[in-house]
Unconditional design. Structure first.
Length: 373
């Protein structure tokens, strides 16, 4: 669930459990498509195998910065759920005109994080033509541990890891989408925003926020005094405006894996063999991979890294001690996630077919895996 800056984090236990990356990419074979509509049908119909590799024109461009200049600005949603203010960071491709509508991607930070979280992903997606908005969730953000200049108090992080905060986070997502509907009409900077094509993403606690608004019908927590276990919200928290989702370092536990059956939209899990939660949450890489394994078949994807630890998926900058590993994970994640968004939010057939074939394998290192089910 962590989303705090890497420089402030205490060291996690180095004795991490090994979780195999699984078999190589699962590829379903199919006859060549004779039309764009037929190709799309193959990609979403669980009973049909995937097509043979088809060249994605300029697929290397997926992994590089896109052609769009960005306008980045901050804004606040005042009087949100519970009367709180939700800080926002927006990245908008330029030009932004109503004649060229652009899909929206929301990003939710991890526990103790801020609207600065997920910057690497937001910059990449926006540079390729997506509007990206990063949410900061009061009560589970950096205010938990910033008790003074340059301070870090890990004990305070648990105060924000509650079912109540999880519900508020999901309500934040709905509030931001509601707010954007009115704000777009008053703010020319958002003229290109297409609220009919919305993706949801997040890291750690933000990944669990993503799971909830995507349809997970129970909230799941580790056993601790201030974390009373699983709970069913009083009202459904799924937001039907969300069309696809990417969860960085998600988690699910034990019998509550059945809660994922309610997620029926396209959903990508991004995690790795070193992606644990340390002493703070007790989450293991197996618990993160289990989200993918328990999603309904037909719309589930997994991107797995042998050298993927928890903080690399927060989308910061490569760390000096892990520069080679972080650079690889970040580059591949940026490109693969972009292909997913193109396929799901832009109906880009070339991206969808490229994801379903052998193309992604060229970018994986030993122990990495890209799977679908």
């Amino acid at each position: 669930m962590l989303g705090v800056p890497m420089a402030t984090l205490p060291a996690f236990d180095s004795h991490r459990p090994h979780v195999p990356g699984g078999s190589a990419v699962r590829r379903r074979r199919a006859a060549l498509a004779v039309s764009i509509g037929f190709v799309l049908a193959l990609l979403i119909w669980p009973g049909v195998s995937r097509s043979q590799p088809v060249a994605l024109s300029g697929d290397a461009g997926l992994f590089d910065a896109g052609p769009f200049a960005l306008e980045r600005f901050d804004d606040d949603l005042v009087d949100g759920p519970g009367g709180r203010t939700i800080a926002l960071r927006l990245r908008v491709p330029q030009p932004c005109a109503a004649a060229t509508p652009r899909p929206l991607i929301l990003f939710s930070h991890g526990l103790g994080g801020s609207k600065a979280g997920g910057a690497r992903w937001g910059e990449h997606w926006a540079s390729h033509g997506f509007v990206v908005i990063h949410l900061q969730h009061p009560g589970s953000d950096e205010s938990l541990w910033r008790t003074g200049p340059g301070t870090f108090d890990p004990a305070r992080l648990r105060l924000g890891m509650t079912p109540e905060q999880a519900v508020l986070r999901a309500l934040d997502v709905a509030a931001v989408l509601d707010w954007l509907t009115g704000r777009q009409a008053r703010d020319p900077r958002l003229a290109c925003l297409d609220l009919a094509r919305v993706g949801m993403s997040g890291h750690s606690f933000g990944a669990q926020t993503t799971q909830i608004v995507a349809g997970q019908d129970r909230l799941v927590w580790p056993a601790a005094a201030n974390q009373p276990g699983s709970a069913t919200p009083a009202a459904p928290l799924r937001d039907p405006r969300i069309r696809a989702a990417i969860a960085f370092s998600p988690a699910i536990r034990g019998a509550d894996e059945a809660a994922l059956a309610a997620i029926t939209l396209p959903f990508m899990v991004i995690t790795g063999a070193l992606d644990d939660g340390g002493a703070l949450t007790g989450v293991t890489p197996a618990m993160r991979r289990a989200v993918y394994e328990r999603l309904p078949p037909g719309n589930a994807w997994l991107l797995w890294f042998a050298e993927g630890d928890h903080m690399v998926f927060n989308g910061g900058v490569p760390r000096a001690a892990r520069k080679a590993a972080d650079t690889h994970v970040m580059r591949v994640t940026a490109g693969m996630s972009l292909a997913f968004w193109r396929a799901m939010l832009q109906s880009d057939t070339r991206a969808a077919v490229w994801l379903s074939g052998d193309g992604p394998r060229a970018y994986l290192s030993t122990g990495d895996a890209f799977e679908s089910r």
